[in-house]
Design a protein around this ligand. Structure first.
Ligand code: NAD
Length: 275
């Protein structure tokens, strides 16, 4: 390890620019704020809620770093290209990409429309591909390693425990997240030689708009807690802190893996009493 690299606990992402997709709400917003706290400049991608995106930008700027909001649909190639162009023009380059944007369109398998299948694949899987491809192009073009980091760039996919756990009524979502896992690993294998570090975070149940009905009443939350040995539903800061660490040089030897952040959801809690 080089002696002049940045391993201090504060400012771990100083002099680095991060682009986070779907960052006007939920987990993306949480990651944006956590990374800004560590000194990163932030590109807040959004699709719908412009007001919320600008509120996130204002909050980040209040921390003394740069931030811009860029509207783009991650599933549309041309919009993704333009988003990266704008981000690089405004903030110089990108060092970290967090592929967070995602949707659910749930239905029993026999009732799922092709449109709902396709939309989830387009946003959750193809969108992640399009953004990762632009990031890899930028990292390879820039070549030089940013001050205070070992790598030419880092990519983090926000996957899900459902990259592993089958999910009845959500076949499109589980298929997209399962696909993300092997895309992430294949990309990690391919770009290690370019000093690009690629990993995923698989959240369990985190309180955000995407799953509001699962936690907003005490009854729903109690039902959900049966799946979580740790005894609480996750908060966006649980993912933000892990994303910061995974983007920092503290995790320099972690490459091509999924960090599960789920309060033990993947431990088969139904077997806790012996099955
Ligand atoms: P959320 O709905 O708050 O966030 C999703 C964001 O993606 C929204 O801001 C939305 O506007 C944006 N988005 C949707 N389609 C887009 C598009 N085409 N282009 C750009 N942005 C788009 O929900 P969240 O829970 O914060 O979800 C973030 C990610 O975390 C998703 O990938 C989701 O699958 C994943 N995840 C969430 C949980 C959870 O329990 N909340 C668990 C596992 C994985």
């Amino acid at each position: 390890m080089a002696a002049d690299t940045n391993l201090t606990a504060v400012g771990r992402l100083k002099n680095q620019v991060v682009l986070i997709t779907g960052a006007s709400s939920g987990i993306g917003r949480g990651i944006a704020l956590a990374m800004a706290d560590e000194g990163a400049d932030v590109v807040v991608n959004f699709i719908g809620d412009e007001k919320s995106a600008h509120e996130v930008v204002d909050e980040i700027r209040g921390k003394g770093v740069r931030a811009i909001a860029v509207k783009a649909d991650v599933s549309i190639e041309d919009q993704v290209r333009k988003m990266f162009d704008e981000a690089c023009r405004e903030l110089g380059t990108i060092h970290i990409l967090v592929n967070n944007a995602g949707i659910q369109k749930d239905a029993p398998f026999h009732e799922m429309t092709l449109a709902d299948w396709q939309k989830v694949i387009d946003v959750n899987l193809t969108g992640a591909f399009l953004c990762a491809r632009e990031a890899v192009r930028e990292f390879r073009k820039r070549k030089n390693v940013p001050e205070g980091s070992y790598t030419a760039g880092k990519i983090i996919f926000i996957s899900s425990v459902h990259e592993t756990i089958p999910w009845s009524g959500h076949a499109n979502y589980a298929a997209a997240k399962g696909g993300l896992q092997l895309m992430m690993k294949s990309l990690a294998q391919e770009v290690a030689a370019n000093k690009i570090r690629v990993n995923s975070i698989a959240p369990g149940a985190i309180k955000t708009p995407i799953n509001r009905s699962d936690w907003e009443t005490p009854e729903a939350e109690n039902e959900l807690l049966k799946l979580i040995p740790w005894g609480r539903v996750g908060e966006t800061r649980d993912i933000g802190s892990v994303a910061v660490w995974l983007a920092s040089d503290e995790s320099d030897y972690i490459h091509g893996t999924t960090l599960v952040v789920d309060g033990g959801m993947m431990l088969y809690p139904g077997f806790a009493e012996g099955g």
